[in-house]
Design a protein around this ligand. Structure first.
Ligand code: ZN
Ligand code: ZN
Length: 258
């Protein structure tokens, strides 16, 4: 009789546990993730770093994380200027744009601690749409004059970057020191969602990206699924380059000040 009672209790306990565990599984389904249950704080804190300029700082303020930087790259580029220890020449026929120098800024990007899908997707605009892990702004496929054209990409360094009219160095495309046909974490967009290289962590090219260049899935930094962007896998125009971001934000963008 006592044994039977134990058995009944045991079965009830197992049912209770399995019930709980299935609830736990449910809490990490894509639907719930999109409601903003993934905390990006630890990944942001662990990965934003710029050893060269010591220019990246992360401050957590409850629902928001502020990342500040000088915007100067921690790698070689011709835009450091000849004679600088980090100078390297342009590739091929590329050449400097009219902004032959780049200067330091006091950038602050504020992103949600729990990024969440927006009900209305806002198009990305001119200017910084996100920040690379080294503090350099990420731009989309637009320049001041409209979509990127040859007069713009011919001024890119090996990192798919150049300074704009304000001597503000920024990335538009895949390139050396950032990501080249890999699954590297590049940075975060202003809506708090991470951006990866062209591949997923298993080495495959994602085939189900939405119109904003992202999808829901696991990454090497988020073992529970999270919405994340990828560098485009389509060559941009005749540039031979892969644009980092085009289209709209998946979530609601935070501020980016300089
Ligand atoms: Zn530009
Ligand atoms: Zn992916």
């Amino acid at each position: 009789m006592l044994i039977n009672l134990y058995l009944v209790c045991g079965v009830a306990l197992v049912m209770l546990l399995s019930c709980n565990s299935s609830n736990n599984t449910d809490s990490s389904t894509p639907t719930d993730i999109l409601q903003g249950t993934v905390d990006v704080t630890s990944v942001v804190q662990a990965n934003f770093i710029n050893e060269y300029t010591e220019g990246v700082n992360v401050a957590v303020n409850g629902d928001y994380i502020s990342i500040s930087s000088s915007g100067l790259p921690d790698h070689k580029t011709p835009y450091w200027g000849e004679g600088h220890e980090m100078f390297e020449d342009f590739l091929g026929v590329n050449h400097a744009n009219m902004n032959t120098t780049m200067i330091a800024f006091n950038y602050v990007m504020t992103i949600p601690t729990y990024p969440k899908e927006a009900s209305v997707k806002e198009q990305t605009d001119l200017g910084a749409v996100g920040m690379a892990l080294n503090g350099v702004p990420l731009y989309n496929d637009y320049e001041g004059g409209g979509v990127l054209e040859e007069n713009a990409w011919s001024t890119f360094d090996a990192s798919g970057a150049h300074p704009g009219p304000n001597e503000d160095y920024h990335y538009h495309c895949e390139g050396t020191y950032l990501t080249v046909d890999d699954s590297n974490l590049i940075g975060f967009l202003r809506d708090g969602f991470p951006v990866y290289g062209r591949k997923d962590m298993d080495g495959s090219y994602p085939e189900n990206l939405d119109e904003n260049g992202g999808h829901v899935g696991v990454t090497s930094h988020f073992s529970d699924v999270i919405y994340h962007y990828h560098v485009s896998n389509d060559v941009y125009s005749t540039s031979g380059l892969y644009v980092i971001k085009s289209g709209a934000f998946h979530g609601t963008k935070g501020t980016f000040t300089q």
